[in-house]
Design a protein around this ligand. Structure first.
Ligand code: CP
Ligand code: NVA
Length: 308
């Protein structure tokens, strides 16, 4: 009997719409069990390695708590406390780590680095954020939207801010799950279709004015002006992004029942007004919590496949 091929989760486009439908259903069940204090431990004796080359709060806690809840355990590595920071070749690291654990999550800089790790790995690899993509976050954001509003098919998501890893991942999700993204970025910070890895521009529209992007949107979302790894550009970005702050006027331009999301960490008074992120349309705390539930479904899927 031949072993089934390893599946990685390196970008949103690694899964089909049908697989996402399964994952959202499974995450809802896993979340319900968690809320009822019911044990769900399909990953007993499995080990997850968490490799961080950038800082994290949500990603670390959600994966670590999630894996323990599934019955497994976790090994935590950073650039500073492993040979990764001392130039051990990435595929040597991948070969060694993947002989000892069942699953690996990596947060790093270039997407090429996680792709290289995955190519040399014996076990599934999950993208916990790269410069280009943040698929686990969009998985949680979509699950949160579905919980509050039902299917996202045919809906409009307004992206206000940087053409960054989050924006790219929204674009991939729109292409797979059949919704539209209204993108408004300052000039010089636009999304790039090639970097985003999408087939066409059919699922997104670009707006110069962020107000126009928000008009009629079912969800308004943004992110920090300066992502991790781009700190040297901080001053230039503060100037360029001054008009890309999600405020109450933008929320009024959206649908009356529009949701507001932010992957966090947030900077009130920069990319979002406190009145919006702390206001009634904001679902940022559900969004953060849901990281754990969807990632539990993701880890189970990568290691065990579809459960009945
Ligand atoms: N949203 C998110 O990935 O948060 P952390 O950087 O805290 O992991
Ligand atoms: N775009 C941000 C997301 C942080 C979760 C970053 O890459 O720093």
């Amino acid at each position: 009997m031949t072993a089934p091929a390893i599946r990685h989760y390196l970008q949103f486009s690694d899964f089909t719409a049908d697989e996402y439908a399964y994952l959202f259903e499974r995450a809802a069940l896993i979340k319900a069990k968690f809320k009822a204090y019911e044990k769900h431990q399909p990953l007993t004796d499995r080990t997850l390695a968490l490799i961080f080359e950038k800082a994290s709060t949500r990603t670390r806690v959600s994966f670590e708590a999630g894996m323990y809840q599934l019955g497994g355990s976790v090994v935590h590595l950073t650039t500073g406390d492993s040979q990764l920071g001392r130039s051990e070749p990435i595929d040597d690291s991948a070969k060694v780590i993947s002989r000892m654990v069942d699953l690996v999550m990596i947060r790093t800089f270039e997407q090429a680095k996680i792709e290289a790790f995955a190519a040399a790995s014996r076990v599934p690899v999950i993208n916990g954020l790269t410069n280009e993509f943040h698929p686990c976050q969009i998985l949680a954001d979509l699950f949160t939207f579905i919980e509050h509003r039902g299917s996202i098919k045919g809906k409009t998501v307004a992206w206000v801010g940087d053409g960054n890893n989050m924006a790219n991942t929204w674009l991939q999700a729109a292409e797979i799950l059949d919704f539209t993204v209204h993108v408004s970025t300052p000039s010089g910070y636009e999304v790039d279709q090639d970097v985003a890895g999408i087939r066409s521009s059919d699922s997104y529209k670009v707006f110069k004015d962020p107000m126009d992007a928000c008009r009629g949107a079912d969800l308004v979302t943004t992110d920090v002006w300066t992502s991790m790894g781009y700190e040297a550009e901080n001053e230039a970005r503060r100037k360029a992004f001054a008009d890309w702050c999600v405020d109450e006027e933008m929320m009024r331009a959206a649908q009356p029942d529009a949701l507001f999301m932010h992957c966090l960490p947030a900077h009130r008074g920069e990319e979002v007004q406190a009145e919006v992120i702390d206001g009634p349309q904001s679902v940022v705390w559900d969004e953060a919590e849901n990281r754990m539930h969807v990632q539990k479904a993701l880890m189970e899927f990568l290691l065990l496949g579809r459960m009945a």
